[in-house]
Ligand binder design. Structure first.
Ligand SMILES: NC(=O)c1ccc[n+]([C@@H]2O[C@H](COP(=O)([O-])OP(=O)(O)OC[C@H]3O[C@@H](n4cnc5c(N)ncnc54)[C@H](O)[C@@H]3O)[C@@H](O)[C@H]2O)c1
Length: 321
């Protein structure tokens, strides 16, 4: 596969936390970028730096509005879809049980079916470590199975992967499925770091940590994440691609709590709510193998989980400089 330079790219969710870094990476590589986003969790201000660029266009639209999506794709000769739009909140999907079905599975169906109809050659997808469920093997490699997710968000990511590989097989669409670790870094709008910062801003003496604090996970910096996606796209010669994207090691919730306390309110004490999970559907121990990604030549600016997290805290909105 050649690089993204000169390619016409349809980026769903490009106004979001990770999508805005993808937008920046594509614009700087001289791709022709159309961001399609309903702004449900994304922010237009993230796209401000690109609004006047000739190779950038923003379209406010919803992937569930099939007629609008179809019209936009028909009038643009797209080479590659980068599909990043989804509900970002795993816990919320447990309360609203059709949220991930609609914003994940149906939205993915709509975009791959439109890719088929419009002869779009390639699709990239932002999947997640949650598809592994509670794995017996850690670090968990891409060929681990069976895949048994424990959240509705995870179920919808796995269903989306299945839709993409089936469409790819049946209609000859190249696919790049990336299973992200927890992503941190610039333009963060959700997740554990921001939760801790916001809680400490409200109560400077005590930080409530969900669970027992021993939950530990893989992390990756957002810029490293999008660079890895584009590196693999430019180097791979395969029509089907599946990669974990992660740094080395894990970081625990209590490590993150202590680092955020040191930065935001050093006198605060931690109060754990107890139990091994942060919330129902939370995977308490994720550790993605990043061997395949490194073997493909991906270079990370933050190689270790703890370094990505530390930087994530330093650039977190609302945290003191
Ligand atoms: N943040 C993480 O740690 C992480 C980890 C694994 C996977 N992912 C995946 O990466 C992708 C991006 O996540 P993020 O953290 O940037 O979340 P985000 O909420 O910041 O971005 C999602 C974007 O999609 C848009 N969107 C949602 N539903 C839409 C719809 N129906 N039509 C059009 N636009 C819609 C939102 O407005 C938002 O801009 C998601 O697919 C997410 O599941 C994220």
């Amino acid at each position: 596969m050649p690089s993204v330079t000169g390619k016409k790219i349809f980026l769903t969710g490009g106004a979001g936390f990770i999508g805005s870094s993808m937008t920046a990476a594509l614009v700087s590589r001289s791709a022709d970028v159309i961001v399609y986003d309903n702004l449900s969790s994304g922010k237009l201000e993230f796209l401000k730096p690109f609004m006047k660029k000739k190779n950038f266009k923003f379209i406010k639209g919803d992937l569930l509005d099939r007629r609008h999506l179809s019209k936009v794709l028909k009038s643009n000769d797209i080479d590659l879809v980068i599909h990043m739009a989804a509900n970002p909140d795993v816990a919320l999907g447990t309360k609203r049980t059709d949220l991930d079905l609609n914003q994940g599975t149906i939205a993915t169906y709509n975009i791959v079916d439109e890719a088929r109809k419009n002869d779009i050659g390639s699709i990239m997808f932002s999947s997640s470590s949650v598809v592994y469920g509670i794995p017996r093997i850690r670090p968990t490699p891409e060929d681990y199975g069976p895949l048994l997710p424990i959240s509705l968000y995870g179920a919808s990511k796995l269903a989306s992967e299945g839709l993409i590989t089936a469409y790819s097989h049946l209609y000859g669409i190249d696919h790049y499925i990336y299973r992200f670790a927890n992503v941190v870094g610039v333009n963060l709008t959700h997740g554990v770091i921001l939760d801790f910062v916001n809680k400490l801003k409200k109560n400077r003496r005590e930080l409530e940590v969900l669970g027992n604090g021993k939950q530990r996970k893989s992390y990756i910096d957002v810029v490293d994440c999008v660079n890895a996606m584009l590196h693999i796209y430019s180097k791979s010669r395969a029509s089907g691609n599946l990669y974990n994207l992660a740094t080395e090691g894990q970081t625990s919730a209590s490590d993150i709590a202590n680092m955020v306390i040191a930065k935001v309110s050093p006198a605060a004490r931690i109060r754990y709510t107890g139990g091994s999970q942060g919330w129902p559907g939370d995977i308490a121990n994720t550790y993605l193998s990043n061997k395949k990604m490194l073997d493909a030549g991906v270079k990370l600016s933050f190689k270790k989980s703890i370094d990505a997290v530390r930087n994530g805290i330093n650039v977190c909105p609302n945290a003191p400089a």
